[in-house]
Design a protein around this ligand. Structure first.
Ligand SMILES: O=C(O)c1ccccc1NCC(=O)[C@H](O)[C@H](O)COP(=O)(O)O
Length: 254
């Protein structure tokens, strides 16, 4: 009898662990442009970005500025990030958290779950189609959403006919670090030619610096934008968000 009872208890505990978490997709479904605000201390293309790096203060400014989700770099070597930052900030916000990591093995997806992430990043450029399919399945089983990121046509070929729902278009070439925000228009045009644009919630990532960039991307019909450097370099990130997204609900300081 006891074993039957313990199995029932364990199943209940497991269902709590893998229940749906905070949802980025719910934000992207809204008509207003979604902002994913990124916490990034440094990067391979720019070196040190934030001298007085204070992740908790950055998170507070993003939340008060009206960000809809938070992206956190956990790579240490190239971005001066850490898993500890995600673990620390998990309990400080009710916003969905995207773990920005170079995922190449299922272990990292399980690790993301235990760190408290809600969304994982799957970069098509470093994965095979089969890995994307498999990692999407694992993420779904764990109650995690996935942002599947493409940069070019080859990446796009990999994600067609997968269960990708949230499609990130990275304007940065991750090999040579060049950035061109018109890359988003190029990829959207390809999606439209294939008649599959409406299969995805689209997030434009990288190189978004000012309101002109936001207005341009919004005119393309993207559902969200992911911004890191422009917010990390600002002395007043909450004000910067207000400048870029005047329509968002901004919580006043104090
Ligand atoms: O940011 C980099 O230099 C970089 C280099 C190589 C791989 C990834 C890289 N960045 C990750 C990102 O995609 C960006 O942090 C994110 O899209 C935000 O971009 P930005 O607003 O331009 O900081």
């Amino acid at each position: 009898m006891f074993l039957q009872e313990i199995i029932k208890t364990k199943n209940e505990e497991l269902s709590k662990l893998t229940q749906k978490k905070r949802s980025l997709k719910s934000a992207l479904k809204k008509s207003e442009l979604t902002l994913i605000a990124e916490i990034k201390k440094a990067s391979p293309s720019k070196g040190l970005i934030s001298k007085n790096f204070d992740p908790e203060k950055q998170l507070q400014a993003y939340s008060q500025g009206g960000a809809d989700a938070i992206s956190i770099l956990t790579d240490e070597k190239y971005f001066n990030g850490s898993t500890e930052i995600l673990r620390q900030l998990r309990g400080k916000t009710s916003l969905p958290i995207l773990r920005k990591e170079f995922i190449i093995h299922p272990l990292q997806i399980y690790e993301s779950l235990f760190l408290g992430a809600d969304i994982v990043l799957l970069i098509a450029a470093i994965l095979t189609k089969q890995q994307i399919i498999s990692f999407l399945d694992i993420s779904n089983q764990l109650g995690l959403e996935a942002l599947v990121e493409v940069h070019d046509h080859d990446d796009l070929e990999k994600i067609i006919d997968t269960k990708t729902e949230i499609l990130g278009i990275n304007n940065r070439n991750l090999d040579n670090f060049t950035v061109d925000i018109t890359n988003t228009e190029k990829i959207i045009n390809e999606l439209e030619k294939m008649n599959i644009r409406n299969n995805f919630y689209i997030v434009s990532e990288s190189g978004v610096k000012d309101k002109n960039d936001v207005d341009y991307l919004e005119s393309l019909g993207v559902n969200g934008v992911l911004i890191g450097e422009a917010l990390m370099k600002s002395n007043k990130p909450q004000e910067k968000i207000k400048e870029l997204f005047p329509k968002k609900e901004h919580v006043r300081n104090g």
